[in-house]
Ligand binder design. Structure first.
Ligand SMILES: [Zn+2]
Length: 422
């Protein structure tokens, strides 16, 4: 349903309820309801008379936010927890998760993979996500099947969720035939060159190949990086070198980077300054990072220090990564809850941190994906969510339910509360 107007909207920064006029997929006007009504002459009791064809969505005092953008998510291995558990008890480590899903990969029927990916898309939209950067596994066990699947999904999901596709070598580039396969995947028009240097014996060569392919295809780079409790294994310096050498400042993103959490303060500050200087964006993935790493004794909080990164000028996003699988059994697609969790984990709660957390699931990931501005602002794209709270300041603390998701002014998800039947 295409919406012409959202009434009774609580928008951050406004002193009262607002009305948002939507036109051609954009926000055409945002006005305080009282002022706007006063401005219309000849109308009774401040009532604005809608044209008969106008469709109004009544927000009833709820908060309207920019829709969420997930800068890092996997659709092709979502909801495989039961399959993995059937093969034996799960261990909460990265190696065990990779092995577990790797063992399932070859035996998953294409129809099953399509079904889990579609379920993941529906789940994301339900939680207010209208754009996502999706890592597509390129693996000799399945050839280019997952590339074709994702390209089809990107078409069918486009109305609800814009997909940006990353070629992702989950089991590395050293498997036989992998480099040709990876090049072929990029040749099919994937948007981003992914990488996973920590799974290869020679991570340096892995990075060289990724940056060379990015240059050849004119594509940005998005790496799974430094997913460890051991700062000695950090590859940040190598990534920074290559970012500069290829002139890719502002076009490189790195996900996980839990080594930052384990670094002594001086080394951490130096690493964050390096990221800022090279324009490398940082994507924290709390549902996975906190589950698979942080095995130190006494326990460590293995989440990249996103608040310090931001203070030092790094662009920071928080994203889902995985849904209901060995990489994130608690991953549920609720990106607002991921931000909530990132706040708790880093003890970061003040007004500045709350604003940063909201930015990390809306505008910052949109910038990483290279998307134009969206949200409840004049001339921005009308990708919006209505959440079940009245206080803009409390959104990140409450992680309220998303009641309605709009993309380009159209409702693409709405909750249906249980009703008493008569
Ligand atoms: Zn990932």
């Amino acid at each position: 349903v295409l919406i012409d107007r959202i009434a009774g909207a609580r928008v951050a920064g406004a002193t009262g309820l607002c009305a948002l006029d939507l036109r051609d997929g954009r926000v055409a006007e945002v006005a305080l309801e009282g002022e706007r009504e006063a401005g219309h002459e000849g109308e009774h009791e401040g009532e604005r008379r809608p044209s008969p064809a106008e469709v109004t969505l009544e927000a009833a005092g709820r908060v309207v936010l920019p829709a969420f953008v997930d800068a890092h998510v996997h659709l092709d291995k979502a909801f495989l927890l039961a399959d993995a558990e059937a093969a034996g008890p799960l261990r909460p480590t990265l190696d065990a998760a990779i092995a577990s899903v790797g063992a399932l990969r070859a035996s998953l029927a294409p129809a099953r993979v399509r079904a889990i990916a579609e379920r993941a898309i529906t789940r994301l939209v339900r939680h207010g996500v209208t754009a996502a950067r999706v890592h597509v596994e390129i693996d000799p066990a399945v050839g280019l099947d997952l590339v074709h699947l994702h390209k089809a999904l990107a078409d069918t999901a486009a109305r609800r969720l814009a997909l940006q596709l990353v070629a992702f070598p989950q089991r590395g580039l050293e498997l036989p035939g992998m480099i040709d396969l990876f090049g072929a995947a990029l040749g099919l028009g994937l948007d981003v060159v992914g990488g996973c240097p920590y799974v290869d014996a020679d991570p340096r060569r892995h990075l060289d190949l990724v940056f060379a392919m990015a240059e050849r295809h004119g594509a940005p780079v998005d790496l799974h990086l430094d997913f460890s409790d051991d700062p000695g294994r950090s590859l940040l310096g190598l990534v920074a070198e290559r970012t500069r050498a290829h002139g890719m400042q502002g076009r490189v993103a790195i996900g996980h980077v839990t080594t930052l959490a384990a670094m002594p303060p001086d080394a951490q500050a130096e690493a964050l300054d390096l990221l800022a200087a090279c324009g490398i964006a940082l994507i924290a993935l709390p549902a996975t990072d906190l589950y698979l790493t942080g095995h130190g004794e006494p326990g460590a909080r293995s989440l990249a220090p996103w608040e310090r990164a931001r203070q030092r000028g790094v662009r920071v996003a928080i994203a889902n990564n995985n849904l209901g699988n060995p990489f994130a059994p608690f991953g549920n697609g609720n990106i607002l809850q991921a931000a909530w969790l990132a706040g708790i984990t880093r003890h970061a709660c003040g007004p500045e941190s709350r604003a940063a957390l909201l930015d990390a699931v809306t505008q910052a990931p949109a910038a990483i994906l290279g998307l134009p501005e969206h949200g409840p602002r004049v001339d921005a794209a009308a990708h919006l969510v209505i959440v079940d709270t009245e206080e803009p300041e409390d959104v990140i603390l409450e992680a309220p339910t998303v009641l309605t998701t709009l993309r380009a002014g159209a409702v693409v998800h709405e909750t249906h509360p249980p009703r008493i039947a008569h």
